[in-house]
Design a protein around this ligand. Structure first.
Ligand code: PMP
Length: 433
């Protein structure tokens, strides 16, 4: 048998360690070399199998290499069609826009103008912040404690995490943080401070252009805002003519059980940011959606070389047509969500200081002792489960399987998770049995 050329010998230096920047993260917590992927599973180059409860940080909601997106993608790549097109017209882009309008916007009664920013999450957030400032003529943006919106300067300025913020190297200005749902004691009235200062002309607090919010904070500890809290936020924004931006980069595209994560709350944000799973395949793509009246851009005022990733438009269209043409996928997803949360509550009940967090398939197990979550994630990896931690102290094990995961794969992953939880956080009364 000939040796695979890309498999390093045991005594060779590891090029990822010798050549790649210290900034690398996931390759440290998961030091495997991933070579193949299908559905909710990946295999490293030694053939070791992993169940994936990470889903490309939310970019692979329909699993790896789903045939429903791969087949049209391969056909497209072989057809001689245009791959790269900035914001020019292409048939692939037309079909995506028509499908998005028919299957996503119209059935939900949403009339959003679609903007293609650059292809990443932080690109759509930057576009949203810039537009909100341009529309209102105001500078300040409010965001929430423990928020995560991206790593470029504008999105970083509305992000909470102090380690990430320090990376900016310059002051992050024109934004302030306000308390997310349940930040205090559960008794302090929601938006107490904000309502007061917005009404008090002597408060010294400038009216913001916008408030940006995640309905479930993915990176910030898998905190889910209550529907009534989101409704109050939306009403407050309307009353004070502040634009409401929902960053649905991670929680959108079905992750919480509906296409947009805010549907259950019955709110209509002014601006919506989508990326990660909008392409349905893991290919880079992002959208910024806004009320048509907010479309004050001059032609070319905001641009970017990689706004027209046509292979991503093809897979996005295929994913929308397969999963969102009727309610069947959403109904199956509801069963997967119910199953996951029921099992997580059982696991939490057996563990010391553990609580279930999140909504839909953006779920978490939070541990009182912040050391525990990291140990559980490392043990899970050793046992063939990819699962990451989240939160300001990495105190939450974040459970994010593909939405398409089978009941069997979900259960296999949960068994590994449960064993890891019991190894490090077994409740004392259970340990004594
Ligand atoms: N917003 C949210 C809510 C996110 O979770 C992320 C990524 N984790 C981003 C924005 C930034 O996306 P990207 O990494 O593609 O820039």
């Amino acid at each position: 048998m000939t040796e695979k050329p890309d498999t390093p010998k045991a005594d060779q230096p590891d090029i990822f360690e010798t050549r790649e920047s210290e900034v690398r993260g996931y390759s440290r917590s998961w030091p495997a070399t991933f070579a193949r992927a299908e559905g909710a599973k990946q295999w490293d180059e030694d053939g070791r199998e992993y169940i994936d409860f990470f889903s490309g940080a939310g970019a692979l909601n329909y699993g790896h290499n789903n045939p429903v997106v791969m087949e049209p993608l391969i056909d497209y790549l072989q057809s001689g069609a245009v791959l790269h097109s900035l914001d020019m017209k292409t048939p692939a882009k037309r079909e995506f826009l028509e499908t998005f309008e028919q299957l996503i916007l119209e059935p939900r009664g949403l009339d959003y103008t679609v903007m293609f920013p650059g292809p990443t999450g932080t690109n759509t957030v930057e576009a949203a912040l810039k537009l909100a400032r341009k529309v209102t003529g105001r500078q300040h943006i409010l965001s929430f404690t423990n928020a995560f919106h991206g790593m470029t300067l504008g999105s970083l300025s509305v992000t909470g995490n102090s380690m990430k913020r320090q990376g900016a190297g310059i002051p992050l200005t024109n934004s302030s943080k306000i308390p997310y749902d349940d930040y205090f004691d559960g008794e302090t009235p929601d938006f107490l401070w904000l309502e007061k200062v917005l009404e008090d002309s002597g408060s010294g607090v400038d009216k913001p252009a916008a408030i940006i919010v995640e309905t479930v904070q993915g990176e910030g500890g898998v905190r889910a805002a209550r529907a009534e809290w989101l409704r109050s936020l939306s009403e407050l924004c309307k009353a004070h003519e502040i634009l409401l931006i929902v960053d649905d980069v991670q929680a959108g595209c079905g992750r919480t059980g509906t296409f947009f994560s805010f549907e259950h709350a019955g709110i209509e944000p002014d601006i919506v940011c989508l990326s990660k799973s909008i392409s349905g395949s893991g290919l880079p793509m992002a959208l910024t959606l806004f009320r048509p009246e907010l479309d004050v851009w001059s032609p070319g005022e905001h641009n970017g070389t990689f706004r027209g990733n046509n292979p991503a438009f093809v897979t996005a269209t295929a994913a929308l047509k397969t999963f969102w043409a009727d309610n069947s996928f959403q109904n199956e997803l509801a069963d997967t969500i119910a199953n996951l949360h029921q099992r997580l509550h059982v696991i939490a009940a057996k563990a010391d200081g553990a609580t279930v967090r999140g909504r839909g398939l953006l779920a978490g197990l939070k541990f009182d002792d912040p050391e525990i979550a990291g140990k559980i994630a490392a043990e899970a990896f050793a046992q063939g489960l990819l699962i990451e931690t989240s939160g300001p102290r990495d105190e939450v094990v974040k459970i994010m399987p593909p939405l398409t995961i089978s009941a069997k794969d979900l259960e296999s992953g949960l068994e590994v998770l449960e064993a890891a939880v019991l190894k490090f956080a077994s409740a004392p009364e259970l340990a004594a049995v």
